[in-house]
Design a binder for this molecule. Structure first.
Ligand code: APR
Ligand code: ZN
Ligand code: ZN
Length: 368
């Protein structure tokens, strides 16, 4: 057991606190990781607002890279000293999905078995709920060994740590779920961190046209630096018409792949109508539970054919995707640094939550 500093949400909708926590020595199947960098994601804010569940106190942070410090007795996949990116889907290896060779849909993902606890204050001894089973706004955290993926240690932790969540979700929505390949046309609705990553992923995959759609002109400017070839400001023009006008080569009636990265019914409906016949819609923005699929004539669903998909964590397989994307980053083919808007300290997480509402920030990254 050791004590470290960490960012904890003690109670619903209260500002987060930097407190001392107890991190147990790793048991079977576990690893303790010394965190070097961890991005601030909307999901952390949702936890601290009580929007995910009420299991306070939460140990926040889940987009992280660091060095393995110690592993449990039976751990063979990682060793002390390894540079790793953490993931929130350690797969089981023998459920129906794993058995059929699709571990990205594993039904039995797991986390560390032991609990980290608060080490100070009235609540000392209380078990912490780590965000997405990680809890990486901390000098060190305890995870399942399967949550650690080794990547090239030459990479900047603040950049590759982002592969652990939002940036992977966007890249994977394009590359894995949307199956964007050379020559396809793509539209991305919503150009936050997730949408920008979908744009970067589409560029990496060789899309012939990449249309960025947003209501914020500054985001569209930035999208052009991430690989977008065209922009549509949907505060000024109709998104569907704008996309169709750009993706009309060879008689096409829209984009081959439309990626929705806002998470709202009206933008999903735009995506539905902006795709070409037999095109694909990928929903990667996360809707709230009260949102419903918009009213659509069933004949339109039938008539347009194609695929309506959702992309969970970019359908990623960490052991395959994290090392590959890290290598592409180191080769200068994927600019992960562009997603790091600012590096901040462990005391600045609450301020970073504030900045999320004001735009202009793709990711604030806590560097330890
Ligand atoms: N049409 C087009 N773009 C929109 C619209 C709209 N009606 N409404 C919002 N946007 C844009 C915003 O201007 C912003 O650029 O969508 C983008 C959302 O970006 P962020 O708030 O930074 O969110 P991001 O981190 O990219 O995540 C997108 O995925 O992970 C989930 O919870 C997350 O649902 C959110 C989504
Ligand atoms: Zn499984
Ligand atoms: Zn996240």
């Amino acid at each position: 057991m050791q004590q470290v500093k960490a960012v904890v949400a003690l109670a619903k909708d209260e500002p987060v606190s930097v407190v001392t926590i107890n991190v147990p020595d790793p048991g079977p199947g576990e690893a303790v990781v010394k965190i070097q960098a961890c991005g601030v994601c909307h999901t952390d804010l949702h936890y601290r607002q009580g929007g995910i569940n009420d299991e306070f106190p939460f140990l926040l942070g889940h987009e992280a890279a660091g060095i393995v410090e110690a592993v449990g007795p039976d751990v063979t996949t990682v060793a002390p000293g390894d540079f790793v990116v953490l993931n929130w889907r350690a797969v089981c290896g023998n459920c129906r999905a794993c058995d059929r060779g699709e571990p990205q849909y594993c039904f039995a993902t797991h986390n560390a078995t032991q609990k980290m606890t608060l080490a100070e204050g009235e609540l000392a001894g209380t078990e912490l709920s780590p965000a997405l089973g990680i809890g990486a706004f901390a000098e060190k955290t305890l995870v399942a060994a399967g949550q650690c993926t080794k990547v090239d240690p030459a990479a900047r932790p603040a950049a590759v740590g982002l592969l652990g969540c939002g940036v992977m979700a966007g890249l994977g929505a394009a590359i894995n779920t949307g199956n964007v390949t050379r020559g396809k046309t793509v539209a991305v609705i919503g150009c936050g961190g997730v949408g920008m990553a979908a744009i970067a992923g589409s560029a990496l995959a060789g899309a012939s046209k990449i249309v960025a759609v947003d209501i914020d002109a500054a985001k569209l400017e930035q999208a052009l630096t991430m690989g977008a070839t065209h922009t549509v400001n949907s505060a000024e023009v109709d998104a569907v018409e704008g996309i169709k006008a750009i993706c009309s080569d060879n008689g096409a009636d829209g984009a081959d792949v439309v990626i929705e990265a806002v998470g709202r019914p009206e933008t999903w409906k735009q995506a539905f109508y902006a795709r070409d016949l037999a095109g694909t819609v990928v929903l990667v923005g996360v809707p709230t539970p009260d949102m419903l699929v918009p009213d659509l004539p069933l004949i339109d669903v039938f008539g347009r054919g194609g695929a309506l998909k959702s992309s969970w964590y970019g359908d990623c397989l960490p052991s395959r995707d994290f090392p590959m994307l890290t290598d592409l980053y180191l080769q200068g083919r994927l600019d992960l640094d562009a997603f790091v808007t600012e590096e901040i300290g462990i005391d600045d997480v609450e301020a970073a939550f504030e900045k999320m509402h004001h735009g202009g920030v793709l990711r604030s990254v806590v560097v330890l």
